[in-house]
Design a protein around this ligand. Structure first.
Ligand code: ZN
Length: 422
């Protein structure tokens, strides 16, 4: 059976593959990074700007849109695409991560490494039917179960829905993780059953692999999800305490997804550091999402090809006050290509000027768009090992037409053939 995902080339030296995921609102070239449009916007940008950066798909947040403005209201506007003026593919998460991040203490901080909502264990009640939680907006008691999550995502009209799962944190026991993973599998079946009866035609559904850092649980969960009727496989939950463990956990999942499951697309939830994206691609991940590039930008940090500096430069630091250098050489984004200095950007960041946040958001998203295009191209050319090594060593991603952040009309971009501009 021909599924929504076609693999176009495979890397002989790793699990990496490049392909095209076909959705109701157009194709997604993979491997791809998916910017967050948590509250129906990629913060600070217009939809056409996100497209001009070379992005095919964005991610909307079920939890936030469920609480405000509500999925019924968005449905009355014709769905999330029309509500926010984005006519490309949209993936919606299930709301599971946000619901549970309030219940497991510091799970959000642990998984996202950003400092989450802690100490509110009493505000969440987990039962077989679903989860009762307190809205972070007004403290009201709300409920979300597998069917609710699918109903919200159906009303939003996303191209790709994720099933409702329990996002297990790192600090719980193996026994808890095992029982929770089994419940996530039962919820997967309920999501698929609801979707088969009521889901919008053409909406793809991804199951979510849990199992914490335990190899047997991760392997079993991968096989359970992949052998279900879902269209794709997402990897979620706690991926470990550090990068090596996280890469190991991803490999536990993807290494058993070959053979009959090879053509199910794979999404890695909440990962977006430059080195993690490179490794994730090598481990056979097709799509990634993460708050990192846009959140860092709003706090004055730019992504740069500097492995020793964790690929980041904090432009709010006083040492940039007199710097007349651009963020990075050779970047086609509006800030770098027009020669705006680090000193100027530091000044904007220091005074929380909206222009500063916007310029850094565009720069960071331009960097990741080019990184993914570079990896995609390298897989197609059979040179992934060489290219990944260079990028890891601090080589800047190559400049591709369509990943420049320059203004282009949506329709031009959509049909433009990608070419390398050397
Ligand atoms: Zn730039």
């Amino acid at each position: 059976m021909r599924g929504p995902f076609q693999i176009e080339s495979k890397d002989p030296g790793s699990l990496a593959r490049a392909g095209v995921l076909r959705t109701q609102h157009g194709p997604v070239r993979t491997p791809a990074f998916v910017p967050l449009a948590t509250k129906a916007t990629v913060k600070g940008l217009e939809s056409r700007e996100v497209t001009a950066l070379g992005y095919d798909m964005i991610l909307g947040n079920t939890y936030h849109l469920f609480l405000d403005p509500g999925h019924e209201l968005i449905a009355r506007f014709g769905g999330l695409h029309r509500f926010m003026g984005w006519d490309g593919p949209i993936v919606t998460d299930s709301g599971g991560f946000q619901v549970f991040s309030m219940g497991h203490g510091n799970v959000a901080a642990e998984i996202k490494k950003t400092g989450g909502v802690g100490g509110r264990a009493s505000s969440v009640r987990i039962e077989e039917r679903g989860v009762t939680f307190r809205s972070h907006l007004d403290g009201s008691t709300r409920f979300m179960g597998p069917e609710t999550s699918m109903e919200v995502q159906a009303a939003l009209g996303s191209d790709l829905a994720l099933v409702f799962d329990e996002c297990t944190p790192f600090h719980v026991t193996r026994d808890y993780t095992a029982r929770s993973t089994e419940r996530t599998h039962r919820w997967l079946q309920r999501c698929l059953e609801w979707h088969e009866r009521h889901g919008p035609a053409g909406q793809l559904v991804y199951g979510i692999v849990q199992g914490g850092v335990f190899e047997d649980l991760r392997t079993a969960s991968s096989l359970e999800v992949a052998s279900s009727r879902c269209h794709g496989v997402a990897i979620g939950g706690s991926l470990g305490a550090d990068k090596p463990q996280m890469h190991g956990v991803v490999e536990m999942a993807t290494s058993v997804l070959g053979g009959a499951f090879e053509h199910k697309p794979r999404h890695l939830l909440g990962i977006g550091d430059v080195d993690d994206l490179i490794r994730g691609v090598e481990l056979g991940i097709d799509t990634f999402d993460c708050v990192m590039p846009t959140r860092l930008a709003r706090h004055g940090t730019a992504i740069v090809p500097d492995p020793d500096g964790r690929w980041r430069v904090d432009l709010s630091a006083a040492r940039h006050r007199e710097s007349q250098e651009p963020i990075m050489d050779g970047c086609p984004c509006p800030a770098c290509s027009t020669g705006l200095s680090r000193g100027y950007l530091r000044y904007l960041v220091k005074h929380r000027e909206l222009t500063g946040a916007r310029l850094l958001t565009v720069h960071n998203l331009a960097y990741l768009a080019r990184l993914m295009a570079d990896l995609r191209e390298a897989i197609g050319e059979g040179r992934l090992a060489e290219r990944a090594a260079a990028l890891r060593a601090g080589d800047a991603p190559r400049v591709f037409e369509g990943c420049a952040g320059a203004s282009r009309s949506h329709s031009t971009m959509k049909y433009m053939v990608k070419r390398v501009v050397r």
